[in-house]
Design a protein around this ligand. Structure first.
Ligand code: MG
Length: 706
């Protein structure tokens, strides 16, 4: 690289630096307003006059913040009152004039846009402020980074890339300036990052390994780097806070004086020892313990549940183009960014220390989309460096007008890189998690239900239900393994008697388990209590009256319209052979909203045709008789009124025409008899078991009477 080793044309004054930082921040923030401008036109996205959030998990942190503000919450309601994001949110609501909903909506954009600060700070350490400015403009709005920090994307994602970028800045600065306090700053940033985001540990470890490798390769004789390593190693341990405070203070005092090589090694050794005792060996010890205790953990039932990974899209390889787009907005800019990063690291060796973030980003090629964000700021710096390098190189030929040409070229490169990302942002129109009608139902439920009551619903709605209705739920976005999903899936997909029995059992056994400090495998717990050996025979007993545990609280069913689209998946979790974990026959269930009606025939799409004359359904080559056709209309109160026309006795298929929704459902007997279809779609309930509480076209709520 034949660039001159002076402070180039890309180096600016301190004032310009801060001005550019402010402009980049405001730019990132302004672009994020685009979504608001779009969403504002939809009244159904609003609640209490504020746009609602667009990520399900946000309601989890929101529940924690709400409970912190209230000053209380219920035991075992899973409210995250100790999580940093919930605490930060509650604090902002207290000190600032915004409501909880407003903070949840705007915080991700305000925090996510902060990514421009570490990017600019890193550039300043290299005296390449113009590079930083180009990179900050790009990083702030790059495709995947935008997706996870847009307005309404209220999740810890808002800082999961900002923290490691700050850590990288501190490491770079420590290497270049060797200030006394910098190793402590690096360690504190690592701890803050880990506290914010529990999955931060691997990236922190990668930073330590990168610094270690760098030291061994290039700076073996620089004592300062061993000091840095000692501080960073302590930040890797999961020791209690007081131990960390003592250890970091001790290191600080130890290095207050000039120390020799040996004394640096002692400090590093002590840090490693602390790491080994607290945290370092923990995962290893955990494995050993698990191995030794495995025999005792057997309970003889050995139930095989449905693995959630079967329904989550395989985290497989992604196409290269999508990968590149998500990091830089386009394949071209991505390629230039990679070239630029290599040149950058070539000129400023310390930038090799960004490799942990680049590597994590590149894991996306094999491990799923969500990792790409980590590569965004580094690739943006790479692009910025290449842009400045080319502009500097070309403008060097133009003598007097050098500066003008330089800025002209930069002004040309920047829009080229930003354009595809802005196009993406304009096309990325995400709806809110719930619509106003659904929230209205949950808000009415909040006034009816007590905070200790349970709401039975699918896990997708767990967090929002808890946030708006202030109740407990059985499963949610973080608690949805096969064993806890089984009873809920069973209650939704079986006839009303079995459903009611299972709902009561699941709620009471969940609370009993919590009281013992345990959770999970609730079916196994029920079977042990009822002295049952075979799961199928136990489940058969639920079809009838059985003696249920004493009722400790009320149970409500929340049955939303949007579950119709995922109902087969909901059912899959309990349509399983518990002896082997194998799927049983898939239930038959089809939703059609693009049907065509003619006097003789009804075309449902996909080659499915109802012959109205003989009441038979043509399914490809086969003709199957229809048991009945049920027409459902909603009355003024939004309550379904169902009328059934019987066709062929004992026939396997049932057709439901949801007139008010313009939808036709075709299903087998099990689906037709399921509590969800009977209670929500048809509005038919056994008054001995259920009491209808709220009806709306978007959701129904029933109270369990057992
Ligand atoms: Mg609660």
């Amino acid at each position: 690289m034949k660039t001159k080793k002076h402070n180039g044309i890309g180096h600016t004054s301190e004032v310009t630096f801060w001005l550019m930082t402010a402009v980049a921040y405001l730019f990132a923030l302004t672009v994020r307003y685009y979504w608001v401008g779009w969403a504002e036109h939809y009244p159904e996205f609003f609640w209490h006059g504020t746009l609602m959030i667009n990520t399900n998990d946000g309601y989890f942190w929101g529940e924690g913040a709400r409970d912190i503000l209230a000053g209380f919450h219920q035991p075992h309601d899973l409210s995250p009152v100790t999580e940093p994001l919930s605490k930060l949110t509650a604090w902002l609501v207290r000190v600032a004039p915004w409501s909880l909903e407003e903070v949840m909506l705007w915080l991700p954009a305000v925090m996510g846009s902060l990514i421009v600060i570490p990017v600019m700070l890193i550039a300043r350490e290299l005296k390449q402020e113009i590079m930083g400015f180009v990179a900050a403009l790009l990083a702030g709005i790059a495709w995947s980074y935008y997706n996870r920090t847009m307005v309404g994307y209220y999740d810890t994602d808002m800082l999961t890339v900002v923290w490691p970028s700050l850590i990288l800045w501190a490491i770079v600065r420590a290497h270049l300036r060797k200030e006394k306090w910098m190793p402590l700053a690096v360690a504190l940033l690592m701890l803050l990052y880990w506290n914010w985001y529990p999955s931060a540990a691997p990236l922190n470890l990668a930073f330590v390994l990168a610094v270690l490798l760098y030291t061994l390769l290039f700076e073996r004789k620089t004592l300062y780097h061993y000091r840095l390593l000692a501080f960073m190693t302590i930040a890797l341990s999961s020791a209690p806070v007081w131990v960390l405070v003592v250890a970091l203070s001790a290191l600080g005092i130890w290095f207050w004086k000039q120390r020799g090589f040996k004394e640096h090694l002692y400090a590093l050794g002590a840090s490693l020892l602390l790491f080994a005792v607290w945290g370092g060996l923990e995962p290893v010890w955990y494995q050993v313990k698990g191995y030794l205790l495995r025999e005792g953990a057997q309970d003889g039932l050995n139930l095989h549940y449905f693995a959630v990974t079967k329904t989550v899209r395989e985290a497989g390889r992604i196409p290269f183009e999508l990968f590149a787009n998500r990091i830089s907005g386009s394949v071209g800019v991505f390629a230039l960014s990679v070239v630029g990063y290599v040149m950058l690291a070539w000129r400023y060796r310390v930038m090799w220390l960004a490799l942990p973030m680049v590597g994590l980003g590149f894991l996306a090629l094999n491990g799923g989309l969500r990792f790409t964000v980590y590569a965004v700021p580094i690739c943006a710096l790479g692009f910025g460096y290449l842009a400045v390098w080319i502009a500097e190189y070309v403008s060097a030929f133009s003598g007097q007008k050098r500066r003008i040409l330089f800025y002209l070229l930069i002004a040309l490169f920047v829009p080229t890189a930003l354009f595809p990302n802005i196009e993406h942002i304009k096309a990325y129109k995400v709806p809110t998690v719930l619509n106003r009608e659904e929230v209205t139902v949950l808000d009415r439920l909040r006034r009816l239900a007590k905070r200790e009551d349970y709401v039975l619903t699918w896990w997708d709605y767990g967090y929002p239900v808890r946030f708006y209705a202030d109740v407990k739920t059985l499963i949610d976005g973080g608690k949805h393994s096969g064993d806890v999903n089984f009873p809920v899936s069973y209650a939704l997909s079986r006839p009303q008697v079995a459903s009611a029995n299972m709902a009561r059992l699941d709620v009471e056994f969940t609370e009993r388990a919590y009281a013992k400090g345990e959770e999970g495998d609730y079916l196994g717990r029920m079977m042990r209590a009822y002295k049952a050996q075979d799961p199928d025979r136990f489940l058969a007993r639920l079809q009838d009256k059985i003696s249920l545990p004493a009722k400790t609280r009320d149970v409500y069913y929340y049955l939303p319209l949007r579950m119709l689209d995922i109902f087969p998946t909901v059912c899959a979790f309990s349509n399983i052979d518990l002896h082997t974990g194998q799927m049983r026959r898939q239930p038959f269930f089809i939703v059609s909203d693009r049907f065509k009606d003619t006097p003789q025939k009804l075309y449902l799409g996909g080659g499915i045709v109802l012959n109205k004359k003989n009441g038979r359904i043509a399914l490809g080559q086969k003709e199957i008789p229809l048991a009945s056709i049920t027409t459902v209309t909603l009355d003024k109160a939004g309550r379904p009124r169902a009328q059934t026309q019987k066709l062929h006795d004992g026939a396997p298929l049932y057709l439901i025409f949801m007139r008010s929704y313009g939808r036709i459902l075709l299903m087998d007997r099990q689906m037709f008899d399921s509590a969800y279809i009977q209670l929500f779609v048809l509005g038919r309930y056994d008054p001995a078991l259920f009491e209808p509480v709220i009806f709306s076209p978007y959701a129904a709520v029933y109270k369990l009477k057992r």
